[in-house]
Design a protein around this ligand. Structure first.
Ligand SMILES: *[C@@H]1O[C@H](CO)[C@@H](O)[C@H](O)[C@H]1NC(C)=O
Ligand SMILES: *[C@@H]1O[C@H](CO)[C@@H](O)[C@H](O)[C@H]1NC(C)=O
Ligand SMILES: *[C@@H]1O[C@H](CO)[C@@H](O)[C@H](O)[C@H]1NC(C)=O
Ligand SMILES: *[C@@H]1O[C@H](CO)[C@@H](O)[C@H](O)[C@H]1NC(C)=O
Ligand SMILES: *[C@@H]1O[C@H](CO)[C@@H](O)[C@H](O)[C@H]1NC(C)=O
Ligand SMILES: *[C@@H]1O[C@H](CO)[C@@H](O)[C@H](O)[C@H]1NC(C)=O
Ligand SMILES: *[C@@H]1O[C@H](CO)[C@@H](O)[C@H](O)[C@H]1NC(C)=O
Ligand SMILES: *[C@@H]1O[C@H](CO)[C@@H](O)[C@H](O)[C@H]1NC(C)=O
Length: 290
C-alpha cells in the first residue's frame, strides 16, 4: 500500500532532477557559439577577441538576443571570411530565428543537427562552398520564410519535403537541374530567384493562379523554353520579372501592361528569347532592359 504513495513521489523527484540537468539558458547558447568558434578558421580574427566570455553573449558581433527570453535569436555572420566545415553545435541554438552565414568559405555538408532549429525563419548559406545533397530535413523547419542556398556546390534534387514549407516566401537556389511541378504549389512564395541554374522546361500556364503573391520571378540564364504564361496578369503583386538568357518564344502576354506594381522587366537579347508583342509601349513607367 505504501508503495502507491511512494512511487509517484519518487517519480516526481526523478522528473525534477531530470529537468534540472536539462535546463537551458543563455549559457547553453554561449557554449554552442564558443564550440562553433573553436571549430572554424577566422583568418581576419573577427570573432577572436569579440566573442569572449568576459562580455555578454548578446553583445558579441553578429549575435542578437530576444528581448523576452534572453536567448540567441539571430546569427548574422555574412561576409566574415570564415572557413572550415559547419560545426554541428549550431543545432543547440534552439531559439534561433535568423541564420545568415552567406558569403563565407565554408565547405562540406550542412550538418543534420540544424534540423533542430525549428524556430528558424531565415536560413541562408548562400555563397559558400558547401557540397552534398540539399538535405531533406530542411522540410521540417516549418516556419521558414527565406531559404537561400545559391552559389554553393549543393546538388539536385530539390527534396519533396521542401514543398511542405507552407510559409516559404523567398526561395533562392543554385546548381539545380530540375524543378518538380509541385514546386509551384508553394502558394506563399513571393520571390523565386533561380538565376544561372541548368533549369529547362516550360513554366506552367496557371503559374499565377498557383502563386498569386509572386513579387519577383528571376530566372535569368537557364534553359526555360515555351511561352510566358498567359496567367501572368493574375500576379498582381509582381514587381520584377527577369527572364533573359532563356529560350522563351511566342507572344508576351499583352495584359502584362496592367500589372501596376511591375518595376522591372528584363527579357534579354532576341537571340536568346525570341519574344514579340506590343506590350512594351504600355510599360512607360517601368524600366525595360534587354
Ligand atoms: C544556466 O543554467 C545553469 C544550470 O543549468 C546555471 O548553472 C547557470 O548559472 C545558468 N546561467 C544563467 C546565465 O542563468
Ligand atoms: C564586439 O562587436 C560588437 C559589434 O561590432 C561591438 O558592439 C562590441 O563592442 C564588440 N565587443 C568588444 C568587446 O569588442
Ligand atoms: C546583419 O549584419 C549587418 C552588418 O553586418 C547589418 O547591416 C544587418 O542589418 C544585420 N541583419 C540582421 C537581421 O541582424
Ligand atoms: C545576409 O546578410 C547580408 C549582409 O548583411 C545581406 O546582404 C543578405 O541580404 C542577408 N541574407 C538574408 C537572407 O537575410
Ligand atoms: C563541385 O563539385 C564538383 C563535382 O563534385 C567538383 O568537381 C568541383 O570541384 C566542386 N567545386 C567546388 C567549388 O567545390
Ligand atoms: C509533409 O508533411 C506531412 C505532415 O506533416 C508529412 O506527413 C509528410 O510526410 C511530409 N512530406 C514530406 C515529403 O516530407
Ligand atoms: C499542385 O497543384 C495542382 C493544381 O494546382 C494539383 O493538380 C497537384 O496535385 C498539386 N501537386 C501536389 C504535389 O500537391
Ligand atoms: C488586364 O488587362 C486584360 C486585358 O488586356 C484584362 O482582361 C484583365 O482583366 C486585366 N487584369 C487586371 C488585373 O486588371
Amino acid at each position: 500500500m505504501l508503495l502507491f504513495y511512494f512511487v509517484p513521489a519518487l517519480l516526481r523527484c526523478f522528473m525534477a532532477s531530470l529537468a534540472m540537468t536539462t535546463v537551458k539558458n543563455i549559457t547553453t547558447d554561449q557554449s554552442a557559439l564558443l564550440a562553433f568558434k573553436a571549430h572554424i578558421a577566422d583568418p581576419y580574427s573577427v570573432l577572436t577577441k569579440n566573442w569572449s566570455v568576459s562580455y555578454s553573449v548578446c553583445s558579441w558581433v553578429g549575435i542578437s538576443c530576444g528581448a523576452h527570453h534572453h536567448r540567441v535569436t539571430a546569427l548574422n555572420l555574412s561576409s566574415f571570411n570564415l572557413r572550415g566545415t559547419i560545426p554541428p553545435h549550431l543545432g543547440n541554438l534552439l531559439y534561433l530565428m535568423y541564420l545568415n552565414i552567406s558569403h563565407n568559405n565554408f565547405h562540406g555538408h550542412l550538418p543534420n543537427e540544424l534540423r533542430l532549429l525549428r524556430r528558424l525563419k531565415v536560413f541562408s548559406f548562400a555563397c559558400n562552398e558547401l557540397s552534398g545533397n540539399i538535405p531533406s530535413w530542411i522540410g521540417v523547419l516549418s516556419k521558414l520564410q527565406t531559404l537561400a542556398l545559391y552559389n554553393n556546390n549543393l546538388t539536385d534534387p530539390i527534396p519533396n519535403s521542401l514543398f511542405n514549407l507552407s510559409k516559404l516566401e523567398d526561395f533562392a537556389l543554385g546548381n539545380i537541374c530540375s524543378i518538380p511541378s509541385s514546386f509551384y504549389n508553394i502558394s506563399s512564395l513571393k520571390m523565386i530567384r533561380l538565376s544561372s541554374n541548368s533549369l529547362s522546361g516550360s513554366l506552367p500556364n496557371d503559374l499565377c493562379n498557383r502563386l498569386p503573391s509572386l513579387e519577383q520571378l528571376v530566372l535569368r540564364s537557364n534553359g526555360f523554353f515555351g511561352q510566358i504564361p498567359l496567367s501572368l496578369s493574375k500576379c498582381t503583386q509582381l514587381q520584377h520579372l527577369w527572364l533573359e538568357h532563356n529560350k522563351f518564344t511566342g507572344r508576351l502576354p499583352e495584359n502584362i501592361g496592367n500589372l501596376s506594381k511591375l518595376r522591372s522587366l528584363v527579357l534579354g537579347h532576341k537571340a536568346h528569347n525570341s519574344l514579340h508583342g506590343m506590350v512594351l509601349v504600355f510599360l512607360r513607367h517601368i524600366c525595360v532592359m534587354s
